[in-house]
Design a protein around this ligand. Structure first.
Ligand code: HEM
Length: 385
C-alpha cells in the first residue's frame, strides 16, 4: 500500500498495511489471539467491563444518555484488558493520542504536499502529528517494558494476550526472526485503532435500531433471558443467540463502520466483463453494495431482520460478495469474532437490565469520520428493569 505523511504516521508498517511474509507472520499470530479458544477466555473480562459501564447507567434511569460516548469508553477498556492486559486508565493515553492522530489524518488526507517544500516548512498539523507519533511510541514502549519485567520472562512467558505474543517474538532466539521495536509499536497502534472506533460505532448503531424498533428490542430481550436468565453471558450461549446475529448483520448492512475497501490487481485479471491491467487500484463501495435494491429488494433501506433468517446467501440472492462489513478473503478482518462477541455480550447485558427508547434530542446524521459514525451521538432514554 502506498502511504504518505499522516496515513503512514497513523497506520505505520503493520498488519493492515504490510504484505508478503511480514504480513503472514503477524496475521497468524493475530488469528490465534483473536479466535475461538482465546476468545472464550475473554468472555468474563468483556462481561465485567460491560457491568462496570452499566453501574453508571443506573444514575440515568428515566434520563437521556449518549450511548455512542459510553461505548467509546467501553471498547477502549475491553481492548486494553483483553489484548494488552492493561486497564482503561493505562490504555487511555494511547487511545486519546491515536484518536487525535486519526482526526488529523482525516482532516489532511487529501491535501497535496510538495516534495522539498513540505520537508522544510511544516504546517501546525504536521508538527502536532509528529509530536503525537513520538508520544504514542513512548507510551507503547512503557507498556512493553512493563511486560518485559514480568517474573517468568526467562522461561519465554510474556503472557498469552496479543501484547505478550508480540513481545515474545521481539525476543526470538534467532535474531533474524525478531520483529523490530518499530514494527511492534505499529502493530499495537493498529489494534488499538482498529479495535476501538469500529466496535463503538457498531454498538451505537445497534442501539439506535433497537430503540426505534421496540418490537425487536423485546424479542431480543426474551431470547437473552431464555439463554442466560439474569446471569452473565457464557460462550456457549453467545453462539446460540440467533436473533442477536440477525440484528448485528442487519445493523452492519445498514451502517457498515468500514465504508469502503481497496484492492490492487497484482497481475492482469478478468473481473466479470472487465479486463483489469496489472496494478489497477480497485475501490469497493461497501455501503452502496449494502443498499443496492437489485440485490436486497425495494426495501433495501429498511431495517428488516427477516432478510437474514435463512443465511447470507439467501439474503443476497447468492451474491455473497454484496455483504462485506468485514471484507473478504485472506485479509478479512482479524477482529470479526472478537467484535461480534463483544457486541453480543454488551447488548445482552444491556437488554437484561434496561429498556430504551430514542430521545427526542437525537438528530440522525451518519458521517464518514474515517469510519461511519453517528455525528451527533446516539441519545436514548433509559428505563431500568
Ligand atoms: C464492527 C467492527 C469492525 C469492522 C466493521 C471491521 C472492518 C474491517 C474491514 C472491512 C477490514 C478490511 C478487510 C479486507 O480488506 O478484506 C478490516 C481489517 C482489519 N481489522 Fe477490522 N473491523 C472491525 C473490528 C476490528 C477489531 C475489533 C479488530 C482488532 C481486534 C480489528 C482489526 C483489524 C485488522 C488488524 C485488519 C487488517 C487485517 C489484514 O490486513 O490482514 N478489526 N476490518
Amino acid at each position: 500500500m502506498d502511504m504518505e505523511g499522516y496515513v503512514k504516521r497513523l497506520l505505520g508498517e503493520a498488519l493492515i498495511t504490510n504484505e508478503g511474509e511480514k504480513w503472514e507472520r503477524i496475521r497468524k499470530l493475530a488469528n490465534h489471539t483473536f479466535h475461538s479458544e482465546s476468545l472464550k477466555s475473554m468472555v468474563p473480562e468483556m462481561s465485567s467491563s460491560v457491568s462496570m459501564m452499566l453501574k453508571n447507567w443506573k444514575d440515568y434511569d428515566g434520563k437521556e444518555i449518549d450511548v455512542f460516548k459510553e461505548f467509546g469508553l467501553l471498547t477502549t477498556e475491553v481492548i486494553s484488558r483483553t489484548a494488552f492486559g492493561s486497564s482503561y486508565l493505562e490504555g487511555k493515553d494511547i487511545f486519546e493520542m491515536v484518536a487525535k492522530l486519526t482526526a488529523l489524518t482525516v482532516k489532511n488526507v487529501n491535501k497535496i504536499r510538495f516534495p522539498g517544500i513540505s520537508m522544510v516548512f511544516k504546517s501546525e498539523d504536521e508538527v502536532e502529528a509528529e509530536k503525537l507519533e513520538r508520544r504514542v511510541k513512548y507510551s507503547v514502549m512503557e507498556l512493553v517494558k512493563k511486560r518485559e519485567s514480568l517474573p517468568n520472562v526467562e522461561l519465554g512467558d510474556y503472557g498469552s494476550d496479543y501484547l505478550g505474543q508480540l513481545v515474545k517474538i521481539r525476543h526470538e532466539f534467532d535474531v533474524n526472526k525478531r520483529i523490530t521495536p518499530e514494527q511492534m509499536i505499529d502493530e499495537i497502534k493498529v489494534i488499538y485503532g482498529a479495535g476501538h472506533l469500529t466496535t463503538t460505532s457498531l454498538l451505537a448503531w445497534c442501539i439506535l435500531l433497537l430503540a426505534t424498533h421496540e418490537d425487536w428490542q423485546e424479542k431480543a430481550r426474551e431470547k437473552v433471558k431464555e439463554t442466560f436468565g439474569f446471569h452473565a453471558p457464557n460462550s456457549d450461549g453467545i453462539a446460540r443467540l440467533r436473533t442477536m446475529n440477525l440484528i448485528i448483520n442487519e445493523c452492519l448492512r445498514l451502517y457498515p463502520p468500514a465504508l469502503t475497501l481497496t484492492r490492487k490487481a497484482s497481475k492482469k485479471v478478468k473481473l466479470g466483463n472487465l479486463i483489469l491491467p496489472q496494478d489497477t487500484n480497485i475501490f469497493i463501495p461497501i455501503a452502496s453494495l449494502h443498499h443496492n435494491s437489485e440485490i436486497w429488494g425495494e426495501d433495501a433501506d429498511l431495517f428488516k431482520l427477516e432478510r437474514f433468517a435463512r443465511g447470507i446467501a439467501k439474503a443476497t440472492k447468492n451474491n455473497v460478495a454484496a455483504f462485506l462489513p468485514f471484507g473478504m478473503g485472506p485479509r478479512t478482518c482479524v477482529g470479526l469474532n472478537f467484535t461480534t462477541n463483544e457486541a453480543k455480550i454488551a447488548l445482552s447485558i444491556i437488554l437484561q437490565r434496561f429498556k430504551f427508547v430514542i430521545s427526542s434530542n437525537y438528530a440522525h446524521q451518519p458521517a464518514q469520520i474515517f469510519i461511519l459514525t453517528p455525528k451527533n451521538g446516539v441519545k436514548v432514554i433509559l428505563k431500568a428493569l
